[in-house]
Write a protein of this length. Structure first.
Lengths: 300, 247
């Protein structure tokens, strides 16, 4: 009956919206209030109904730290090569933990919110972003613990603006990297749940692919000894996680340690390169996510 | 006179030659894929849910979408709400779209009723100021005030649905999509919902209702569209549509 020949006769086509058109990561700013609520929900419900609650955020890294320190430091004698091994180890572990948690949670965030994704339209990137922020909140008490130890060792006398910048840069780098990869794998996880397992595998490797348990000098020595080309070392150092770990070492470990291990070459310049690399990965992750996003509701 | 007609003819939803095809997988793993491939069986099949739909719904209209199960009603609503994207053609909307589609999807059982009101309203696109302004109204409508600070997991299913529905109905909107949830709660609450819908219609909001409850459709809608296997087979007054569906 009221079907008009031209529906745009009275209202121009430009005043219509296309439903479900996502604005990518810009949506995160437009929906900042929802993001805040999602983060708060993620943080407050994490330890509901557990007696120890937030203590678990300390217990897990502490146990992990203890195992590595006893086995690698004491049994395998890494301690002799790396003075103040406990601080060295812990400042690396907190970075790896931040990355693991952010990456893993971002990857499962879309599938984990399946009922919502299937029924209500909202920018789905919010889930990945909030997962990364929640991981950051859980990272804070670990850094607090690290700070207490370092203060105890006289860190405060040698603190500089550079080390504070290094901490911020390291954490930002890890979170952006985790978000980029999380968007990529999270989007693929909707259709192929293999993505989750691939992520588990990658995380297993991440701990060993960065100088957390050993020092970067050992990698350099190994490359020289084997006669491999030296650009391999540069490649190794360009891993954003390696860079973040080294930034944390620079901030927490170097000031409190008398050591012959030099700071990795071009630490500052590499920060810039790894940032560019991370942004590139974020853009790729974002592009893949937006491409697959239209099919989330029907594939879940 | 002519300006009045013009006002009535301002479309708020335009569905233009919309196609939606679902791919049904028959092989779920690599092994299945290889086995089917060796036996030369088809790995996937296509299901056309919508076959070139053309619908224009004008501002202030309340339209029922009727049809048997599997006729594409819910798919159409999902396309209008933006949850899914059409494979061909285009869906255009004007103004804020809100869906009463399976309310309560955004509820978190571990949070209190109060926290859930804020979370769910934000999920439905409301800003903090809007939620704070309407909070009291939302809680009053749901009639569960004494329990609002309890965790939602302790709610009875009726309380849960009432709160969820109350949040959804108070969202600032121009177009409301209603999918088969009019059976919420007991008779007095249903009556309240109906009154609320009538208020929205009186405020010249656009309503799209998918329902099998013909009495509700008769009361609320002035126009009905019947879908059958992804095509529009009838578009006109409600009684004619009901005759087709029930006939």
């Amino acid at each position: 009956m009221s079907q008009i020949r031209d529906p745009f006769a009275l209202v121009p086509r430009s005043s219509f919206d296309v439903p479900g058109k996502a604005g990518g990561l810009l949506d995160v700013f437009r929906w900042h209030y929802l993001l805040r609520l999602l983060v708060r929900t993620g943080v407050t419900t994490r330890y509901r109904n557990s007696v120890l609650g937030w203590t678990w955020s300390y217990v897990r890294p502490a146990a992990q730290f203890l195992v590595f320190w006893v086995v690698l430091g004491l049994f395998l004698n890494l301690e002799r090569g790396i003075p103040n091994y406990a601080v060295y180890l812990f400042s690396g572990i907190v970075v790896i933990n931040l990355f693991s948690e952010a990456f893993k949670n971002a990857t499962t965030s879309i599938v984990g919110n399946a009922p919502l994704v299937r029924k209500v339209y909202l920018p789905r990137q919010l889930f990945a972003v909030s997962a990364v922020i929640v991981a950051f909140v859980h990272f804070l008490p670990q850094v607090g613990l690290l700070l207490v130890v370092c203060l105890f060792l006289g860190w405060i006398t040698s603190i500089s603006i550079l080390s504070v910048l290094a901490i911020l840069a390291g954490a930002t780098l890890v979170m952006l990297f985790a978000l980029g990869l999380g968007l990529l794998f999270g989007a693929m996880n909707v259709r192929y749940r293999d993505a989750e397992n691939i992520v588990e595998l990658l995380l297993l490797l991440a701990t060993w692919a960065s100088p957390v348990l050993y020092s970067w000098v050992m990698v350099q020595d190994a490359i020289t000894e084997l006669g491999w080309p030296s650009w391999l070392l540069e490649l190794y150092l360009l891993n954003p996680i390696t860079q973040a770990v080294e930034l944390f070492h620079f901030a927490f470990w170097y000031p409190v340690t008398q050591t012959t291990i030099p700071i990795p070459p071009a630490l500052a310049l590499n920060t810039l390169w790894t940032f560019l690399l991370t942004v590139a990965i974020l853009l790729i992750g974002q592009a893949v996510f937006r491409r697959l996003e239209g099919r989330f509701a029907q594939d879940l | 006179m002519s300006s009045q007609i013009a006002a009535e003819m301002r479309p708020s939803i335009v569905v233009e030659d919309v196609h939606k095809t679902f791919t049904l997988n028959h092989a779920f793993s690599l092994k299945d894929t290889i086995v089917s491939w060796i036996r030369r069986r088809k790995l996937t099949s296509q299901f056309e849910a919508l076959k070139g739909l053309d619908i224009v719904i004008n501002e202030g209209e309340s339209v029922a979408i009727l049809g048997l199960n599997g006729s594409g009603k819910s798919t159409l609503l999902k396309l209008v709400s933006g949850v899914m994207q059409p494979d061909g053609g285009s869906v255009l909307t004007r103004g804020r779209v809100a869906g009463l589609i399976e309310v309560g999807a955004g509820f978190h059982p571990e949070l209190s009723g109060r926290e859930n009101v804020f979370l769910n309203a934000a999920i439905l696109g409301m800003s903090r100021k809007e939620i704070e302004a309407r909070y009291d109204e939302i809680v009053a409508f749901s009639e569960i005030e004494p329990f609002i600070d309890q965790e939602v997991k302790h709610y009875s299913s009726g309380m849960f649905m009432r709160l969820a529905f109350s949040v959804a109905i108070h969202v600032e909107l121009d177009i409301l999509l209603v999918d088969e949830i009019l059976s919420v709660g007991d008779a007095p609450f249903r009556e309240k919902c109906r009154t609320k819908f009538e208020e929205l219609i009186a405020a010249r909001k656009t309503l799209v209702v998918v329902s099998h409850d013909m009495d509700m459709v008769r009361e609320l809608c002035a126009r009905a569209i019947v879908l059958n296997k992804g095509d529009v087979i009838y578009d006109g007054n409600v009684e004619g549509a009901i005759a087709i569906v029930e006939g």
